[in-house]
Design a protein around this ligand. Structure first.
Ligand code: GLN
Length: 246
């Protein structure tokens, strides 16, 4: 009796295992507070990264699903296999390359300093010892830790970091250019610096999946060549700008 139960349990476990492995769903993990790359349109997660991943799913003939978590949980979700691919304006870094494989890049960008015009930013040296807001888990956080050798003030989202600059809780914020532009929009007292780093965004997946990586790279190359990627950049920039204006 007991052994029969175990057999049924074991078979059920195998079936569940197979179900996950062969699941027809391609699951994207992201952090939907990062327009125009990913943001919420009502309940729906939309943006440039979402369309790139949907295009990968279409190419594979798989159903597509996107889920949002905090930025510092995005890469762990592909490492653990909870999601198939991560796209969240993720910068390719040597450190991250130790844990995940990256696709070819799809955007060249970087981080900037957001400051109050009454307290102008001149150079990186000036940031030393100051209270600096960043989003947790980002390259901006790494910049403060490694270049300035100090602890940043961490926030869950770029908008939260921006709010702490406005309220005076921090003196400067470091962020990617797109959230920085959102932060200063309609705020005549705020400004952004030139790029202080040069970065590239790519899709991240669990290591060692050469077939999936190949498909992602082919998809990105096609989207660049056809001009579709640029169309999405324009479309979602327009849509997310309009959201901010409301
Ligand atoms: N590009 C930055 C990074 O990868 C921030 C991305 C984000 O906040 N979504 O760390």
């Amino acid at each position: 009796m007991k052994s029969k139960f175990f057999m049924v349990a074991a078979m059920a476990a195998i079936l569940v295992g197979c179900g996950e492995q062969n699941s027809n769903k391609l699951k994207m993990i992201t952090e939907a507070t990062f327009p125009p790359y990913e943001f919420l349109r009502g309940q729906e997660i939309v943006g440039i990264d979402v369309e790139i991943c949907r295009a990968v799913a279409n190419k594979l003939g798989r159903e597509f699903q996107a889920e949002t978590v905090d930025f510092d949980s995005v890469i762990p979700a592909v490492i653990s296999g909870k999601a198939d691919l991560a796209a969240a304006g993720i910068t390719v870094t040597e450190d991250r390359k130790k844990n995940v494989d990256f696709s070819i890049p799809y955007v060249k960008t970087g981080i900037v300093v957001i400051y109050k015009k009454s307290n102008p930013f001149k150079d990186v040296k000036q940031l030393k010892g100051k209270k600096i807001g960043v989003q947790s888990g980002t390259t901006s956080e790494t910049f403060v830790l490694e270049q300035l050798k100090q602890e940043p003030e961490r926030s869950k989202s770029p908008a939260e970091a921006c709010a702490s600059l406005k309220s005076g809780r921090v003196e400067f914020v470091i962020a990617d250019i797109d959230p920085a532009k959102n932060c200063v929009k309609g705020e005549p007292d705020l400004a952004i610096s030139d790029f202080i780093t040069s970065e590239e965004y790519a899709v991240a997946i669990k290591k060692g999946q050469s077939e999936l990586l190949k498909t992602i790279n082919e998809t990105i190359a096609e989207l660049k060549k056809s001009g579709q990627l640029q169309k999405w950049i324009d479309q979602f920039t327009k849509e997310s700008d309009a959201l901010k204006d409301k």
